[in-house]
Structure formats: structure tokens, C-alpha cells
Write a protein that binds this ligand. Structure first.
Ligand code: XLS
Ligand code: MG
Length: 345
């Protein structure tokens, strides 16, 4: 633990730099090397998609054997598995979405694949299933029925909750990309959906900074919303420059003030005290050479910890007085000068 927090990232956060417009620009680190980087940078857990751990097309017994091998690699390095996320959106059958697809075969695949992911989660030692509904949306509104999509969403969640009575679902909502518009774009939408399921107490959220920004929302306000429901079970910290594609920049490098707001809230409400991780979902810039292509992980963590220090050094009495006086200009000045290392605050 550093300053009371535990950190995680996923293997996809160390990558070759391929994007939709160009090929890989660096060699891939091996799986074991990625785990070693986690140890070197003093991370505590790894986030996984099901197929980051094992080829999901293998037989059940082969999957079990392979997952146990991976679990041993984690145990040997004192790393935990934070969550498993079913990567249901990458299969050729699910071009049109998964559990909201117009194709019944795709809907069936979504649930079968998710059951596999749950089995893998149990074997690797986590009760957390993260759900990013990547393709559950539309390119044009008439393509699908927006009401039926939500009915199918709830139906899918219920099947997941029914399959394993211990599993918890952490919905990671994103308003767009790859779809033009997602059927469940924000935390609030997802929690409303959760309330319609057979076990709302096992449905919470993971909030990603960039996803909130893409929805035109303040990430810290989204986090506050989830905290008030007791539902902030995971976070994906990163940064984002405006309403573009999902950039997954190093935490705090684009808008340090916005990063501070998130850390302020997490600190204030004891995020992490119930075992939650400070999860990152960051991508290094494409221009980075292989041997320095994990600086984004190191620096996101360092920036987070520096902001924890800064938040702890804030004069809370002064802030409270300013709030009561509604002197928000002074709050802006105080926070900005603190960030800039100004001498007179
Ligand atoms: C994509 C998401 C994805 C999830 C895990 O935008 O952030 O990476 O975190 O499936
Ligand atoms: Mg994410």
C-alpha cells in the first residue's frame, strides 16, 4: 500500500502502439514481462479480460489448467486479480452487438461467453466481473429498438446474476466508441438498470475518467453520484483532451485540476478502504520506444500519489469558510495556486 492505496492495471495497457490507422510500432512485451513490470512499479493487482488470461475456445479442463498456471504466476509475484471482463465484443458473430443484437445467435453467445468469464474469474480468484458494453448501441437510430435493447440488457444482467450467486457486476459505461451512441451511456443509466435486476445489491459501477468526459460530464461528479449509492466499486483513472476518441492519457497530464477533483473526492470518502483498487486504464503515446513504453503507468501512479499529498495539505477549514461565504473565485485561486506551487497559499 502506498499512502493507503492499492493500484492495478491491465495487460492491454502495455501495448504495441497499433491503432485503427497504423500497424504496431514496438515489439510486444510478453505476459510474464508485463507482470514483472507490475512488480517493478509496485502495483498490487492486475485487471483482466477473460482472453487476457486464457484462450476461451479451449475445453473447460484445458481452461482450468491454464488459469491455474496464470494464478501461480500472480501468486509468485504477490499480485492479485482485480477483475475479469468478458471480451464479448470482439467476436465476428457480435459485429452487431452482443446481448442487444438483432441476431439471436449473438445474444446467446453473449451469455455463454460471460458464463465462461465467470468460471475464469472464480479460478483466478476474483468475484468482480467488469462489463463494458462496447457494442450495445447503434450507428443509426432505426437500426434497433431502444426500448427492447434495455429489456435485453436487464435480461442479460439477470442471467449473469443467476449463474453465480457470488459474482458482482461492475458496469463500466461509455457513451460512444465504437458505437455512435450507447444505449446505456452513463453511471446513472446503469444504476437505473441495476435497480430492475433480481439482485441490485450485486450490481455496481467502475467509472473511467475519459468515459465521463466523453459524455460531457465531470468525472468527479460521476464518482460522487456512485459514492452516494455505495456503488463505486472500481475506477479507471486516465485523462482525455476534449470530446474526441477515447484517449486513455496518463492520469492528470491533460487537466491536473480535474485530476485533483477526483483524488479529492476519493480521499474524502475513503475510496479503497473496502478493498477497492485505484485502477488505471491508460495507453502510452504511440511515439514511445519499447523500453520506455510503461512510463504512463509509473507516472499515472506518481501523479495520483502527488495529488493525494496535495489534497492532504489543503486547508479544509479555509475551504469550508470559503464555501460558506460562497467565495468561489477564492476557491479557484487557492486550488490553482496550490497546483502551481504558488508561495502565497
Ligand atoms: C474501453 C474500456 C475498456 C475496459 C475494459 O474503452 O475502457 O478498456 O476498461 O474492457
Ligand atoms: Mg476502461
Amino acid at each position: 500500500m502506498e499512502k493507503g492505496y492499492r493500484f492495478s492495471f491491465g495487460p492491454w495497457n502495455i501495448h504495441t502502439g497499433a491503432d485503427p490507422f497504423g500497424p504496431p510500432v514496438r515489439e510486444e512485451f510478453s505476459f510474464d514481462e508485463k507482470l514483472d513490470i507490475a512488480v517493478k512499479l509496485r502495483f498490487d493487482a492486475i485487471q483482466f479480460h477473460d482472453d487476457d488470461i486464457v484462450d476461451v475456445n479451449l475445453s473447460a479442463s484445458e481452461i482450468e489448467k491454464k488459469v491455474k498456471e496464470i494464478k501461480k504466476k500472480l501468486d509468485d509475484r504477490n499480485l492479485a486479480a482485480e477483475f475479469v471482463a468478458p471480451r464479448i465484443w470482439e467476436y465476428p458473430l457480435t459485429v452487431d452487438g452482443t446481448f442487444t443484437s438483432n441476431n439471436p445467435e449473438a445474444r446467446k453467445y453473449a451469455i455463454e461467453r460471460t458464463k465462461k468469464a465467470i468460471d475464469i474469474a472464480n479460478l483466478i480468484g476474483t468475484k468482480n466481473l467488469v462489463l463494458w458494453p462496447a457494442r450495445e448501441g447503434s450507428y443509426n437510430r432505426e437500426a434497433k429498438d431502444a426500448k427492447i435493447a434495455i429489456d435485453r440488457f436487464v435480461d442479460y444482467l439477470n442471467k449473469v446474476l443467476e449463474y453465480d450467486k457470488n459474482i458482482r457486476i461492475l458496469g463500466e459505461m461509455k457513451p460512444n466508441e465504437p458505437m455512435d451512441a450507447s444505449y446505456c451511456p452513463t453511471t446513472g443509466h446503469f444504476l437505473a438498470l441495476a435497480s430492475m435486476t433480481i439482485a441490485p445489491e450485486r450490481v455496481g459501477v467502475l467509472i473511467e475518467t475519459a468515459h465521463a468526459i466523453l459524455a460531457g460530464l465531470e468525472p468527479s461528479d460521476e464518482m460522487g453520484f456512485a459514492l452516494s449509492f455505495g456503488k463505486l466499486w472500481g475506477i479507471h483513472l486516465n485523462d482525455q483532451n476534449g470530446l474526441k476518441y477515447d484517449q486513455d492519457r496518463t492520469f492528470g497530464v491533460v487537466n491536473p485540476k480535474r485530476a485533483l477533483s477526483q483524488v479529492y473526492l476519493l480521499e474524502k470518502y475513503g475510496y479503497g478502504k473496502n478493498g477497492e483498487y485505484v485502477g488505471l486504464d491508460v495507453k502510452v503515446l504511440r511515439t514511445q520506444k519499447k523500453e520506455v513504453s510503461y512510463k504512463h503507468l509509473q507516472y499515472s501512479k506518481e501523479i495520483f500519489l502527488a495529488l493525494v499529498e496535495l489534497v492532504r495539505s489543503l486547508d479544509e477549514n479555509k475551504l469550508e469558510q470559503l464555501r460558506n461565504a460562497q467565495d468561489y473565485e477564492e476557491i479557484d485561486y487557492y486550488i490553482t495556486m496550490k497546483l502551481l506551487g504558488g508561495k502565497n497559499v
